[in-house]
Design a protein around this ligand. Structure first.
Ligand code: UN1
Length: 493
């Protein structure tokens, strides 16, 4: 079935209306047009509605706000298959990954519902008699959410589910490459609000579909208290500076150039599987995709030949077909970037296995494994495509140094059965995510997700990431009848 035929019943069931003109949606599966969607004409108006919604929503008790998010999770459960299929159609994820992305939304909703009763602060000992000091957390304001094509629905949910229980309203600028997914999520959110009732104000979650100007308007608007942005390091550098110029807050989830280390003690079967999924899954288009691999010289030949066999066994094709593990790249430009990186690697003496374009509609490539003579050139950059650079290393210290020797600091992994090696790696990897005996991608929502250095420093999702969506107040309360000043200061009048 063509994607254009496929998508109409899906969109009908999900409540998505297309328009006769505007931004064109395409499927990377066969390159077909999926129709047009209206672009946002007035971002300021949507932000204005969200600001008005915030004034009401902040006064709704947090556990009650959690109830709206519980409803959202319920609606997502009911529509998981359709939304997962739409993710597959619009961005080319294989079926289980499309469904997995919706599951990630459901998981963060569950997490946020529990959190809605745990938005707690500290009580702090004071130096003054008859005083009490505490921290309280308050809703922040309008949260702008800018997302990328590769996680067209889950990243909105990570942000929105937390922001909503924290008492914020949100405005979402989705990727121009995935507007249908955004409209579907918006329709499901509207249904959740309907079930929840009148306490959810209109404009609580706005959607602003469009290009750069829409994003810029969101970034520059002083009514947007926090801009949470996922995308390239170049984009994040621009967004971070603009938001900082108006003293807004930003939460940046930018590029990754993630590495794994394979030590001689590693379980080889497990390592090959972990590396194969991390490097080839989602056609190399996750920010957590494994891009660099450091294999100990003693096991290098044996390990790389096992890995090559795994690469040769992977089926590339229509992501809706059973057995296919690698779907298409998002578009032709992604192939140019991949081709450019492979050429540069070849020019440096890299030996390439795979990396060929398939003759068919859509941009399909065989994942590339590149044995590199040096950690340089294209190895230092994030190319959003399935390229794994493999390097032979002589010891763990060298591997850890190389792991840390790139601008980005998102995800990292070690495969070893040696406790000392694992602990040393965990202590010294400079990434926001460091794993042992699993790959770099596929994080659960319960942990804080994000990275250091050029990855932007933001943390989303689990743990205490919610704090980014609230403002902290320090409260000192005097329940005595005198007024002692801190630090022994006197001021007698
Ligand atoms: C992203 O690629 O933008 O850890 C996010 C993972 C996913 C999220 C990736 N849970 O791969």
């Amino acid at each position: 079935m063509t994607t254009a035929q496929d998508v109409t019943p899906l969109l009908d069931r999900l409540g998505v209306r297309r328009s006769s003109s505007g931004l064109e949606a395409r499927s990377p599966i066969d390159g077909a047009s999926l129709g047009h969607v209206a672009e946002c004409a007035d971002v300021g108006a949507i932000i204005g509605e969200a600001a008005a919604a915030f004034d009401r929503w902040r006064r709704v008790p947090a556990p009650r706000r959690g109830e709206l998010v519980r409803r959202l999770g319920e609606v997502l459960r009911e529509n998981k298959d359709d939304l997962g299929a739409l993710v597959s159609t619009e961005v080319g994820k294989v079926t289980s990954e499309g469904l997995g992305e919706v599951q990630e939304m459901i998981d963060i909703c569950d997490f946020a519902v529990g959190l809605s009763r745990q938005l707690h602060g500290l009580t702090i000992a004071t130096e003054r008699p008859d005083h009490r000091m505490m921290e309280t957390w308050h809703p922040l304001g309008v949260v702008g959410i800018i997302t990328a094509f590769n996680f067209p629905v889950a990243v909105w949910a990570w942000n929105a589910a937390l922001a909503l229980v924290c008492g914020d309203s949100v405005v979402w600028k989705p990727s121009e490459k995935a507007p249908l997914c955004a409209l579907a999520v918006q329709a499901l959110f509207t249904e959740a609000c309907r079930r929840f009732g009148d306490e959810a104000p209109a404009g609580l979650s706005g959607l602003a579909i469009g290009g750069r100007t829409v994003g810029q308007a969101l970034v520059d608007d002083a009514r947007v208290a926090l801009v949470s942005s996922t995308g390239s390091t170049a984009m994040g550098r621009a967004v971070g500076q603009r938001v900082a110029a108006r003293f807004g807050r930003s939460l940046l989830e930018l590029g990754g150039n993630n590495a794994a280390i394979v030590r001689p003690s590693a379980d080889i079967d497990l390592s090959v599987r972990g590396i194969a999924f991390a490097a080839m899954g989602t056609a190399g288009q996750r920010c957590t995709t494994l891009r660099r691999l450091f294999v100990d010289a003693n096991i290098y030949d044996q390990f790389v030949s096992r890995l090559k066999a795994a690469y040769a066994s992977v089926r590339v094709g229509d992501p809706r077909e059973e057995g296919v593990l690698v779907g298409p790249l998002i578009d032709e430009e992604a192939w140019y970037a991949m081709g450019g990186a492979l050429q540069a690697a070849h020019d440096m003496g890299g030996v390439i296995t795979g990396g060929e374009r398939l003759e068919r509609a859509g941009t399909y490539v065989t994942p590339a494994l590149v044995e590199m003579p040096a950690h340089d050139g294209p190895v230092l950059a994030e190319t959003f495509a399935p390229i794994l650079y493999v390097l032979k290393v002589s010891d763990l210290n060298e591997s850890i140094a190389l792991n840390n020797a790139v601008g980005q600091g998102l995800s990292s992994a070690i495969f070893t059965n040696d406790l000392r090696e694992a602990e040393l790696f965990l202590a010294e990897s400079d990434c926001g995510i460091a794993n042992v005996n699993i790959g770099t991608s596929g994080a659960e929502i319960g942990g804080a997700f994000g990275g250091e250095k050029e990855t932007g420093g933001g943390r989303e999702s689990g743990s205490d990431a919610w704090r980014a969506y609230m403002r902290r107040a320090t409260n000192t309360i005097n329940y005595g009848r005198t007024l002692p000043l801190a630090q022994g200061v006197t001021f007698d009048i």
